[in-house]
Design a protein around this ligand. Structure first.
Ligand code: DAH
Length: 345
């Protein structure tokens, strides 16, 4: 009895495999025969009780093979035949009808501000320079006149690569200054946008990764007055034609003299008081005349050339302009947040 029924099932399998399916009607007949509620395979499963014990397992496997073959064949032909139907209905398409509007993405607020800054400086001849984010301590610190024992070099502030004391994630875009000065001859007029990293505790106001734009201008006879006019031009393009700026003396190892620049934001409401800490002024960037030591370190003669440099953060400006109160929102890529910027370029 056993081997007879085995042959029968094998016969069903080969018929099933060879069965022609030409259209959706054939497909439905196939479904009823092999996959419907009273299909042949089901009946055969009922026969298991009559099979010798030592061949029960083999019989079960064979039946499963038939069942899988039927399911596979069915889905395969269903896809093909239903696809044909769609293709046929394409023939009735009215190609002149207006299309369904596509939902487009939106620019990230950091990109929006970054692009504006780049555009403003490109108009006065600055060229975009992009460099590596994994730096060595020479370009990030030493070339930039940062002493060996400066606290910024500390592991607490800088992310070093695993098992390295010299390779790090750049802590500022100022490292690009060194790379450019080492590889180009003055006149140099670049801006360097990019990501920077610091070992900071993440909060609503600070993050361990953010974006900066660095500026560097080196030529014969570049003066502090040139820097002031350039930065005033930037502030007026970015914050409105009547914007006022002020420079406060400051310190950076790579510039001498150094300054921080504020833009007048105003004190019209409570938010303004909070944002400007009651002064009406907003700190936007650090800047200064490139320290002669930096020029020397990078192979440029400070007796012949002078220059200015500046560096500004992007997130803060994006937050101010779009009234974003938590910096983390800029890194979470929540589409409900990002969608608000659609249409802004
Ligand atoms: N690198 C500084 C920072 O990350 C910003 C900066 C200040 C850049 C003064 C400069 C500069 O080029 O001249 O805080």
């Amino acid at each position: 009895m056993s081997s007879e029924i085995f042959d029968k099932v094998r016969g069903i399998l080969s018929v099933l495999q060879e069965q022609m399916i030409g259209d959706l009607k054939d497909l439905e007949a196939f479904r009823v025969q092999y996959l419907g509620s009273k299909n042949v395979i089901k009946t055969l499963f009922g026969e298991i009780k009559n099979i010798d014990n030592d061949r029960k397992k083999e019989f079960g496997q064979l039946l499963n093979e038939v069942k899988n073959a039927a399911e596979e064949k069915y889905t395969h032909w269903k896809e093909i035949l239903e696809g044909d139907m769609i293709a046929e209905s394409d023939a009735d398409l009215d190609l002149s009808a207006p299309s369904v509007p596509l939902t487009t993405g939106s620019r990230h607020p950091v990109s929006i501000i970054l692009n504006r800054i780049i555009h403003i400086f490109e108009r006065i001849g600055f060229i975009v320079a992009e460099e590596r984010e994994i730096e060595d301590d020479w370009h990030n610190f030493t070339a930039m006149n940062t002493p060996e024992d400066h606290p910024a070099r500390d592991m607490q502030d800088t992310f070093y690569l695993k098992d390295s004391t010299t390779e790090l994630l750049r802590t500022h875009t100022s490292s690009v200054q060194a790379r450019i000065m080492m590889s180009q001859k003055p006149p140099i007029r670049i801006i360097a946008p990019g990501r920077v990293y610091r070992n900071e505790t993440i909060s609503s106001r600070s993050h361990c990764q953010f974006h900066q734009v660095e500026g560097l201008y080196i030529d014969k006879g570049v003066s502090f007055a040139d820097m002031k006019q350039t930065l005033l031009y930037f502030a007026r393009e970015m914050y409105g034609p009547n914007s006022e700026i002020r420079l406060r003396p400051s310190f950076f190892p790579f510039t001498e003299p150094s300054a921080e620049m504020d833009v007048y934001w105003g004190l019209n409401n409570e938010d303004d008081y909070r944002i400007t800490k009651g002064t009406g002024w907003l700190e936007i960037l650090g800047c200064g005349m490139v320290d002669p030591n930096v020029l020397k370190n990078c192979g440029i003669d400070p007796e012949v050339y002078t220059g200015f440099a500046f560096g500004m953060g992007i997130e803060r400006q994006a937050m101010l302009q779009h009234k974003i109160t938590d910096i983390r929102q800029l890194f979470q890529n929540d589409t409900r947040f990002l969608k608000q910027f659609s249409g802004v370029v």
